[in-house]
Design a protein around this ligand. Structure first.
Ligand code: HEM
Length: 472
């Protein structure tokens, strides 16, 4: 139950390119190797289902954790509205970051021990909240508590219920207090959201009304007329969004901060880049591509995620029998996983895989960029073009890119639609921290060990690391 990371890594090192089965606490799981992922990742939901796999893992029948018919609406709004507005959102996010840091981060005039993880969870919840629900709600403590705790309550409720045999679950749920907490949380969120939606619906009738630019509004616009006053539904979807975004992103930011403390040399590298890009004159924090130009930081984040990210990925349920090219037959009802923790440390994909190399992906990006420039130049008959015209080359190694050996954001049609937002939030927080603070581990201590529970790995919530405000 607490050793999934080791289980996946050990079994992967034995079986690597073969299909094999593990006995997880949640039941048997078939592990799919990287070479067979291409045969599966494009299959339709009716054959290989991501929604069904998540519903099963979180016992949605009882926890009601599912966006149901609105799954695609959520993803579409994240892919379009949210991702397209990232540069416009950055000033608002920076303001929110300064606000919470001023209130909740210690002065750190001298080296000060501080538990980074709880602060970073609250910071990410605030930043996400102000983009999803507007800053009035994101600064409301009850909203913050509900949006942070909803995911963990659903997760714990599902785990407790899983210990009961299937036939007992309809009754057993009533003996688990978390199942009473879940509807209370939705009701609480609904109570805070309803007056805001009502006001917007009322004001939208007025001439010259300017719509707010946040997720409440995008969802309201996307819902059919008869659901615009379904306040419970909208509260539920907001909580699902919070559940998908807060702990995933705060885990990443915390891992990056632990890596900054562990790999001291990276602090100056990232600080210089952040100073050049964000403080090089003018209001660069607000620049259209500022965060995208933090390429060394992008590489550092991907390396941190590679070594400390999820244990498994590509959680899928077989709905119709599938035959794989290696002769494996997957009957309907089979639960699949990809062995991410093993793949991420496989030297065939990442040479020197056990070593943390913060600029690994930056160098690969540079190489790819040079190759593409050379190819383009020879295609242009030797005429040398300005490298700045190639702003998007090197994409394959970017933090937000996905691939068969890089599944931290999943794969195929269900690949995380919030990853561009997560990248922007993480860069903003890290840039702010390196520009204002030095960070290190406690004397004689190593990188804080992660907390493991079932297939979930998260950075230590209790570790203290040391911060000191920079004096320049
Ligand atoms: C570092 C942060 C994050 C990580 C590591 C992460 C990871 C993932 C993974 C592994 C999946 C499943 C993909 C698959 O099964 O193929 C996923 C799905 C999803 N994520 Fe993220 N995520 C992050 C941040 C976010 C954020 C910030 C949002 C919202 C703004 C978000 C919204 C979603 C949604 C809605 C889905 C379901 C997509 C679907 O099933 O079609 N995620 N994420």
């Amino acid at each position: 139950m607490f050793e999934a990371d080791a289980l996946i890594r050990d079994s992967y090192s034995k079986f690597k390119d073969k299909v094999y089965q593990i006995e997880a606490t949640e039941g048997p799981r078939i592990i799919i190797p990287v070479k067979l992922i291409p045969e599966l990742k494009g299959l339709p939901e009716e054959t290989l289902s991501a929604y069904e796999a998540v519903s099963e893992a979180l016992l949605s029948k009882y926890t009601h954790f599912s966006a149901g018919a609105h799954n695609q609406t959520l993803s579409k709004l994240l892919k379009t509205n949210l991702s397209q507005r990232l540069s416009r959102l950055t000033p608002k996010l920076k303001q929110e970051l300064e606000f919470i840091t001023a209130q909740e981060f210690p002065e750190c005039e001298e080296w000060t021990p501080f538990k980074a993880q709880p602060f970073l969870v609250r910071t990410v919840a605030r930043l996400s909240g102000c983009s999803f629900a507007g800053s009035t709600l994101s600064r409301n403590e009850e909203w913050m508590d509900t949006s942070v705790n909803y995911a963990t309550t659903v997760f714990i409720a599902a785990i407790k219920l899983q210990f009961f045999p299937k036939w007992m679950r309809p009754v057993a749920q009533y003996f688990i207090p978390d199942f009473y907490a879940i509807p209370r949380m939705v009701a609480n969120a609904q109570a805070r959201l309803t007056p805001i939606i009502e006001e917007r619906l009322r004001d939208s009738e007025a001439p010259g009304y300017e719509k707010p630019d946040d997720f409440i509004q995008w969802l309201l616009d996307a819902l059919p007329e008869e659901q615009k006053r379904s306040f419970g539904l909208q509260a539920h979807l907001q909580l699902i969004l919070a559940a998908a975004s807060i702990h995933t992103t705060s885990n990443l930011v915390t891992d990056c901060v632990y890596d900054l403390a562990t790999h001291q040399d990276m602090q100056e590298v990232l600080r210089q880049e952040a100073a050049e890009v964000l403080e090089g004159g003018g209001d660069c924090w607000h620049g259209k591509d500022s965060l995208a130009r933090l390429k060394k930081m992008d590489s550092f984040m991907r390396e941190s995620q590679r070594l400390h990210g999820n244990v498994t990925s590509f959680i899928r349920k077989v709905m119709k029998p599938i035959n794989l090219s290696d002769g494996t037959h997957l009957p309907a009802g089979t639960s699949l996983l990809a062995p991410l923790a093993g793949v991420s440390r496989d030297d065939r994909f990442y040479p020197g895989a056990e070593t943390f190399d913060g600029l690994r992906f930056w160098r690969l990006q540079q190489q790819q960029q040079q190759q593409q420039e050379q190819q383009q130049n020879s295609a242009n008959g030797g005429e040398v073009k300005d490298a700045s015209t190639n702003a998007n080359v090197g994409n394959r190694w970017q933090f937000t890119s996905i691939g068969d050996a890089n599944m931290n954001f999943g794969l195929g049609r269900h690949a995380c639609p919030g990853r561009f937002f997560a990248a922007a939030e993480t860069k903003l927080i890290l840039a702010y921290l390196v520009l204002h603070y030095d960070v290190r581990l406690r004397e004689g201590e190593g990188r804080p060990a992660p907390a493991m529970f079932m297939m979930t790995k998260s950075p230590s919530p209790d570790a203290e690391i040391l911060f000191r405000r920079r004096r320049s």
